[in-house]
Each structure stands twice: as C-alpha cells, then as structure tokens.
Design a protein around this ligand. Structure first.
Ligand code: ASP
Length: 304
C-alpha cells in the first residue's frame, strides 16, 4: 500500500511578496512532514487532522488563527473530516483555535455529522480545546482598510456572492487528504470562510460531498467560493467518478471544468487522492499552493 498525504493552502490569486511566498511553501512542507509522522502509529484520519492543525496554527492561511473576518469584523469558522464512512463537521464556530479537532470530536464521539454555532463552541469549551485568540493584526488591518474605502466612497458593499472570487486573494481555506497502510482514506478541511461574508454565513467546508468527501475509492477536499462548491456537490462527484474508474486527475478535471462552465474561472480548486495513492491538485484560480509526501520520501510542493 502506498502511503500518501497531500495538503493545500487554498485557491486564490496568491500575488504575494517573496518573503510570504517562502513562508507559504515552508508551512506547506511543515504540514506535510508533521502530518506524515502520524502514519507510523496512526491512521489517515490522524494524518489529515495533524496536517490541518499545523496549517490552522500557522496564521498564514485563512483557517484557525489566520481566519478572516465577516462584515461585522468577527471570526466564524467551519471545518470537517471524513474517514471510514463517517463524517464529522462544525459550522459557524468562534471559540476553538483548531476547529478541525472539534470536527474530529463530532466524528468520533457523537452520532451526528454537523454541529453548529454556540452549541458547538460549548462542546469545544467542555472538552478543553484551546480558545481562539481573535482576528490577527493583518486581518484587522485589511478589515479597517476596507471600511475606510467605503467611508471615502472608493468601495461599495459587496454584491453577495457574485464578487466573492475577488476576495479569494486574502488567504484561503486549508485541506488535506491521506491514504494509510490499511488502505483507509481520509479528508479534512478548515476555514474562516470568505472575507466580509454576511454574519451567519456557512460555506462548503463543513458539508460532506461539498467541501470534503472520502470513501473506499478516494478522498477529495475543496477550496474556493463555497456557494458554488455546495451547489455542484463537487467533492462527492469527484470521488464518485473515481469509484466509477476515472483516473484521479481526470475526475478532478471534469468537475472543475463543469464548475468553470457554469460559474467561470477564478472560483475553485481541489486536491484528491485515490486508493492506489495517485494524487491530483487542480484549480481555476491563479494559484493554489499544495503538495504531497509519500512513504518513499518524495515531497513535492506545487501550485505556486
Ligand atoms: N471554501 C471556503 C468557503 O467558501 C473559502 C475558501 O476556500 O477560501 O467558506
């Protein structure tokens, strides 16, 4: 069995300076290495959760401590994991620093798939998850800058969700897919959602079949405009196509093409893995930093 872990840092424009670019690549590498350590003793679920945790803690991406804010200046996050036919997800949570850990709790310790809002935050407190420190300085500066532009008349409020794609440059969702030595596949995703979303908005990331999906044939995670990903059942379709015998690259490519034909380019990206350890990362945005690591020691960083 070929053991593989792949991660991504979100589809977007990623027009960043050289220092940020180096940090992005280094963080992807750290997430791959850290997540892969779990393979010696653990499962593909351990691999995706620990890789996503590194990305959430980095502050580099729009997840965990790097989460962007909504129109009211508050953070709300979504996350989900799927493994061995079960899924666990949290939506609209504000308390935990690592929503991916709370999603794992839902998968392993409850009979439910999605738990949302205050009730999910209360669980996070009860099980002793670390609290979120609040929006980062960088995110608050972007928010203030945007409000100033509205006051000066240089920017209007955003027609929702039509121009959400324009905001994908502000750091993006993170995700991971893994295959372990038992042949079990897992998918995990975590996000702060889209910048300046309406308070209460939930994206694709906590919805199985939209933001993430894994079964015995394959695993896939999504990034991009959640509304479009939900409406196209994107990751479910990718994995279904893999089950029907499509090559993983072809499966991702055809779903991306169909999203492109309805919603245009610049809106989505995916990574996917099949049960043979074949991996693909495709996006119709300018960039999507992603990478993979295999048990033979191959580590590649792509997409940026
Ligand atoms: N898919 C995420 C959402 O819509 C955003 C992203 O991938 O950047 O919540």
């Amino acid at each position: 069995m070929r053991v593989v872990l792949a991660v991504h840092g979100g589809a977007g424009s990623w027009r960043v300076d050289a220092t940020t670019l180096a940090t992005v690549k280094m963080t992807i590498k750290q997430a791959l290495e850290e997540g892969f350590k779990a393979y010696h003793s653990g499962s593909s679920l351990d691999m995706v959760v620990s890789a996503v945790e590194v990305l959430e803690n980095s502050g580099v991406f729009n997840a965990g401590i790097g989460s962007v804010v909504d129109l009211s200046g508050s953070i709300s996050m979504d996350a989900g994991v799927m493994y061995r036919g079960r899924a666990g997800a949290v939506a609209y949570v504000k308390y935990p620093k690592n929503p991916i850990k709370l999603a794992r709790f839902v998968l392993e310790k409850t009979d439910h798939v999605i738990i949302a809002g205050d009730a999910a935050d209360n669980i996070a407190k009860k099980i002793g998850l670390e609290p979120h420190p609040g929006p980062s300085k960088k995110v608050l500066e972007l928010y203030k800058d945007y409000l100033n532009r509205i006051v000066k008349g240089e920017a209007k409020s955003i027609p929702y969700p039509k121009s959400l794609a324009a905001w994908l440059s502000l750091g993006d969702t993170v995700g991971a897919v893994a295959l372990d030595r038992n042949g079990d596949l897992a998918a995990g995703v975590s996000t702060g959602g889209v910048f300046l979303k309406m308070p209460g908005r939930v994206g694709d990331s906590p919805i199985p079949g939209a933001g993430f999906y894994a079964n015995e044939c394959g695993a896939a995670v999504a990034t991009g405009v959640g509304e479009y990903i939900i409406l196209t059942h994107a990751t479910f379709r990718i994995v279904e196509d893999i089950c029907k015998g499509k090559d993983v690259q072809e499966a991702v490519g055809s779903v991306l093409k169909s999203i492109d034909s309805v919603y245009g380019s610049g809106v989505a990206g995916f990574i996917a893995l099949d049960r043979f350890g074949r991996v693909a990362g495709l996006y119709n945005t300018h960039a999507m930093p992603w990478g993979f690591i295999t048990e033979s020691g191959e580590l590649r960083i792509l997409g940026i």
